[in-house]
Design a protein around this ligand. Structure first.
Ligand code: KIV
Ligand code: NA
Length: 266
């Protein structure tokens, strides 16, 4: 199997073929999605909510994310593995962002990094790309800035649409190989997709983007309670695992497990 690389994602845009991205945080999710043919896997800082159980992505550290990136990277054969740079690990100085990205490439064995922010991130984006580190940009709603943005809100509505298009353009000029558009009105995301020559990856951005991304624990129904509007639940893993755990506990209580076939003879 040949590894998916950036020119392949670019070619899909040129050919008008849409593709799907998922997050992954461990060996099993990585193996399964890789074998299912998902071309790009993101080790998101959404591990904050989905692995570590924090309320937001803000507390996640490089040391928490790095081992997950390495697990995903070493357990895929085909997918392009993208490491999210956590809040506070870049954006202070160029040196800081460069050092963090290098750690994800060297220690995490990532194939690319993702960072949040618009035009302000263009210099870092350019520095990293020049150094051989592919960058996926992320604009629209950027969860790492939720305290600044005042919560989970759609970005780029009305008068803000032109600015969003310009931010995405600036990141493309700075060398980004793709850009995530999160919680952006569908027509605005479609406009960005048309204007840019690099792929756009939407989440809550309608069907007009080149690709889509979902958090795997959302799409597979692991999370409790209501999912955001932009999530489609493709499985009910929470229900399946709950039933399995209850059946196991009942079998142990009744003595039905372990049976002879699970036991060793003398
Ligand atoms: O961390 C994450 O999972 C993300 C995607 C939802 C784009 O940034
Ligand atoms: Na993220």
């Amino acid at each position: 199997v040949r590894r998916v690389r950036i020119p392949h994602l670019q070619a899909m845009k040129t050919e008008g073929r849409r593709w799907a991205m998922l997050t992954a945080y461990d060996m099993y999710s990585a193996q399964i999605f890789d074998e299912a043919g998902i071309p790009a896997l993101l080790v998101g800082d959404s591990a904050g909510n989905n692995v570590y159980g924090y309320e937001t992505t803000v507390p996640v550290t490089v040391d928490e994310l790095l081992p997950l990136v390495r697990a995903v990277s070493t357990n895929t054969k085909r997918a392009l593995v993208i490491a999210d740079l956590p809040f506070g690990s870049y954006g202070g100085t160029l040196e800081q962002g460069f050092a963090t990205a290098v750690r994800f490439m060297k220690e995490g064995l990532a194939h690319a990094v993702k960072l949040e922010g618009g035009r302000a991130m263009a210099p870092l984006c350019e520095l990293l790309t020049t150094a051989g580190i592919p960058v996926m940009a992320h604009v629209g709603f950027t969860p790492q800035s939720e305290h600044q943005l005042g919560g989970y809100r759609v970005q780029g509505r009305g008068d803000a649409a032109d600015a969003l298009v310009d931010e995405a353009r600036a990141l493309e000029s700075a060398g980004a190989f793709a850009v995530v558009l999160e919680m952006v009105p569908a027509p605005v995301a479609a406009r960005v997709t048309e204007v840019l020559s690099i792929p756009t990856v939407g989440i809550g951005a309608g069907s007009g983007t080149d690709a889509q991304v979902l958090v795997w624990s959302d799409f597979a129904g692991l999370r409790a309670g209501r999912a955001p509007r932009f999530v489609k639940k493709y499985a009910d893993l929470r229900g399946i695992l709950t039933e399995a755990a209850q059946a196991y506990a009942a079998d142990v209580a009744s003595g039905a497990f372990p049976a002879a076939e699970h036991s060793f003879e003398e």
